[in-house]
Design a protein. Structure first.
Length: 361
């Protein structure tokens, strides 16, 4: 009997020992889980404290003392890589036409660079950018000649373009500038669509490598779906940059406080050549504002130029305008020519282009 009791006591002791071991293991497991949770909670608390208290410039900081970080980030747009130029153009051609018949001059200049059908096809949506900066009649030479614009539109239609858009962001009232310059009537009569700017039409545009407009408001709406871009600008004197022609013409696509760029006018024009690489440009030398530019205001400041120039190189076209239309051959070119050329955005030595010059009636 005693032996039986001893065995039972031993069994109970063994069971109790087993239970104690099991309980110890369970307590250790629970302790480890507790410590792990405590570590997580502590880590979260420390991380939250860091994120809340770290200076705004530190990684993962949530501090936003001026509210800027909480604002939604605007979308930044890009123009097509390489711009709107043809890929196989080779050495830039220069077509120069002299005469008095505007239609013949525009056709002759463009024929000199291969003809309109080389550049525009039936699938194209074409943006044409004249200079409509000021509320002036066309005869004063401060804006693109509407007859030149109309002749260009007719040629682009002849090539079968799907849509033609005429646009600019004038310095003065857009409606007044388009109306008084004659651009509105000429564009609509020739069959183009006019797009005037409104605040909602501007988006941030990225121009990698630009000095002043790396990211800047740009007149975006006319370029949505566009496949070709043509600039057509008058030849005129300019009190800041000395000459305003096809390269300076893209200034009219900028939004924002663009007048601040007057402090480095040559730098911004060089940036414009980087920003917008057109299919080709027309230099409107039908009349020349040879002094008192860019606003003009007196017919005595204007003379007949009777010349239209077409080129895929705006620097070449403008250098010709400087030499032969403004009559400043031998004078040093304005600084933006050298700056843009240093960026390999054109060649101001226009004589090195494939020049084709014609004289028409």
């Amino acid at each position: 009997m005693t032996k039986t009791c001893d065995r039972q006591d031993a069994q109970r002791d063994a069971q109790r020992d087993a239970q104690d071991v099991s309980c110890d293991a369970q307590r250790q497991k629970e302790r480890r889980a507790f410590l792990k949770q405590l570590g997580i909670i502590s880590g979260v608390a420390i991380g939250a404290g860091y994120a809340a208290l770290a200076p705004p410039s530190w990684p993962l900081s949530l501090r936003d003392p001026d509210g800027e970080r909480g604002k939604p980030r605007p979308k930044v747009h890009h123009l097509p890589a390489g711009g709107y130029a043809l890929k196989d153009i080779g050495t830039a051609p220069l077509g120069i036409a002299h005469g008095k018949n505007i239609d013949a001059l525009v056709r002759g200049a463009i024929d000199g660079i291969g003809g309109i059908k080389r550049y525009v096809t039936s699938d194209d949506v074409v943006v044409i950018k004249p200079n409509v900066a000021f509320d002036r009649p066309a005869v004063l030479g401060t804006t693109t000649n509407p007859e030149v614009l109309a002749a260009l539109i007719r040629l682009v239609k002849e090539a079968g373009a799907k849509e033609i858009r005429v646009t600019d962001n004038p310095i003065e009232s857009p409606e007044s500038c388009f109306e008084r310059s004659g651009i509105r009537t000429a564009a609509l009569k020739a069959g183009a669509r006019i797009i005037l700017p409104s605040p909602a039409d501007f988006e941030l545009l990225a121009t990698p490598g630009a000095t002043h407009i790396g990211t800047w408001p740009f007149f975006w709406r006319p370029f949505v779906g566009a496949t070709k871009v043509i600039g057509v600008a008058p030849v005129k004197d300019h009190n800041l940059c000395r000459a305003s022609m096809t390269t300076k013409n893209w200034y009219g696509l900028l939004g924002g406080r663009r007048n601040q760029f007057h402090q480095d006018i040559h730098g911004i024009i060089s940036d414009l050549a980087l920003m917008l690489r057109p299919t080709f440009v027309l230099l409107d030398g039908s009349r020349v504002l040879f002094r008192s530019g860019p606003t003009g205001g007196n017919l005595s400041d204007v003379r007949a130029g009777n010349t239209i120039v077409a080129s895929t190189d705006s620097l070449a076209a403008d250098a010709f305008g400087w030499d032969e239309l403004l009559g400043r051959k031998g004078e040093q070119l304005p600084g933006y020519f050298q700056q843009a050329a240093a960026r390999k955005l054109g060649n101001p030595t226009w004589q090195e282009a494939r020049v084709k010059r014609v004289r028409l009636g």
